[in-house]
Design a protein around this ligand. Structure first.
Ligand SMILES: Nc1ncnc2c1ncn2[C@@H]1O[C@H](COP(=O)(O)OP(=O)(O)OP(=O)(O)O)[C@@H](O)[C@H]1O
Length: 447
């Protein structure tokens, strides 16, 4: 069966040690001071990383502030500066949108941690994540930022059992498991003060997950604060969202044309034929020597075939898809990649959202992202390419096209996003290593 993973299914990870980021390496080979570049970006009012306040002014508890600084964060980003006061100081529901990689996860994890009463050993904040990998990543961010507090989060995903008595104040899980735990009253909800939906547009657009969350709401205290976070909220989900979250405070909402992260160089390669795509992929990896990369394929079959080919070429590969792989295997694949044991991660859309691996400098759309009806999917495109360009870093995204139909589809995505995607000729592939190192740029940054 040809399995198309247009949707993320049920179901990443620890912040990897920061490595030199390609694109921030000067031509003399010395590494630019990323902190000083970040400082410049954070002083630009047009940047999503800009803020006027410091973390000290956001009303965080001292032990959390200590955690923030231990993470190496100096200043909040715009979304952190605007969302955190709403979560901390008001009872309002919240919709928060900002480009991928601009610190939404840190915003809502700090919000949950700050909301918890540490003298009460019962669930008080619940976070819904559409995938296991993302749930694990959020769990790890909470554990890290919260390491100076007594709060211990609980991860509840498939193949994990609940303890008999839940004393954890924060639970992070996939909607199906949380639905099960809450409706069977294994997770007591009477002290719950807030719920967070990460990748909220995806969750509400997915009928199964939406129903699960709808049912859970009946079990929550009436004044439970609902916070929705995502890089994308398309018009199609607006109505679903207003049904789920009446009268929300909107902390940041971005225009469609501003959704794309400026520092991602976006290219396409015309491969001429479907069969040439694998050859071009192999060529690319023959030339590039730096960084880690993610290759997105449309089907599990294609992902498996590419992994086999790349392994035969001698590359170290992680292969991750949603169906038929155990949680343990999925976590192993991504851990190997995050810890640098593999250089290339080949995956389906299951990993398009949220996964944060700073050393990834290249994303390849082996297949153009399509929605369930095989139409071009700009939202998936944005999330996929957003795996690079994290918090002000630069990166490269390349989409393969091979015929008139795929060209039209990519064009539709480019037009929808108001972004030019420049051609990289197949004869120019050898320049990619230079682009990735930031040594030379074939074309100006795609706007
Ligand atoms: N204030 C900050 N200063 C420096 N780095 C930060 C700050 N906030 C977050 N980061 C780092 O920036 C990276 C991206 O953050 P995060 O994963 O929270 O983005 P996101 O907006 O949730 O992304 P996505 O839309 O892909 O889910 C992470 O590695 C995180 O540790």
């Amino acid at each position: 069966m040809s399995e198309v993973e247009n949707k993320q299914d049920n179901n990443a990870t620890e912040p990897a040690a920061e490595e030199p980021i390609p694109g921030l390496i000067k031509s003399d080979g010395l590494i630019n001071d990323f902190d000083s570049q970040l400082e410049v970006m954070q002083s630009d009012p047009n940047s999503p990383l800009y803020s006027v306040k410091s973390f000290d002014e956001l009303g965080l508890k001292p032990e959390l502030l200590k955690g923030v600084y231990a993470m190496g964060y100096n200043k909040p980003s715009k979304i952190q500066e605007t969302a955190l006061p709403v979560i901390i100081n008001s009872n309002e529901n919240l919709i928060a949108q900002s480009q991928s990689g601009t610190g939404k996860t840190a915003a809502f994890t700090l919000g949950m941690l700050n909301t918890v009463d540490t003298n009460l050993n019962a669930p008080q904040a619940i976070c819904f994540s559409p995938t296991k990998e993302l749930a694990l990543q959020i769990f790890e961010v909470i554990s890290n930022i919260g390491k100076f507090s007594s709060i211990k989060p609980l991860l509840y995903i498939p193949e994990v059992d609940l303890p008999n008595k839940i004393e954890n104040q924060i639970i992070i899980g996939t909607p199906g498991k949380l639905f099960d735990g809450i409706t069977r009253r294994k997770i007591l909800t009477k002290h719950v003060k807030m719920i967070v939906l990460d990748e909220a547009d995806f969750i509400v657009a997915s009928r199964g997950m939406q129903q699960q969350i709808g049912s859970i709401k009946q079990f929550l205290p009436q004044n439970t604060k609902v916070c929705l976070f995502s890089a994308t909220f398309s018009l199609g989900v607006d109505q679903l969202i207003s049904a789920m979250v009446p009268d929300p405070k909107v902390s940041l909402r971005i225009k469609r044309l501003d959704l794309s992260v400026d520092k991602i160089h976006q290219y396409y390669i015309d491969c001429d034929s479907e069969s040439n795509k694998a050859i071009i992929l192999s060529d690319i990896y023959g030339y590039i020597s730096v960084g880690q990369s993610i290759v997105f394929a449309h089907t599990i079959e294609t992902a498996k075939k590419l992994a086999e080919m790349m392994r035969a070429d001698g590359h170290s590969i992680s292969l991750l898809y949603g169906k038929d792989l155990s949680t343990e295997e999925r976590f192993k694949q991504i851990k190997d990649f995050k810890e640098g044991r593999t250089k290339v991660l080949i995956t389906t859309n299951v990993l398009a959202r949220g996964i944060d691996i700073l050393q990834v400098s290249l994303v390849i759309n082996y297949d153009i992202p399509l929605d369930e009806n095989s139409r071009p999917d700009p939202v998936s495109y944005l999330h996929r390419v957003g795996r690079v360009g994290r918090f002000g870093r630069s990166g490269v995204a390349i989409s393969f096209v091979h015929d008139e139909s795929s060209k039209k589809k990519l064009n539709a995505i480019s037009e929808h996003l108001g972004r030019q995607i420049k051609e990289l000729k197949s004869t120019e592939i050898e320049s990619l290593d230079g682009i990735l190192k930031g040594l030379k740029d074939l074309t100006p940054l795609a706007k």
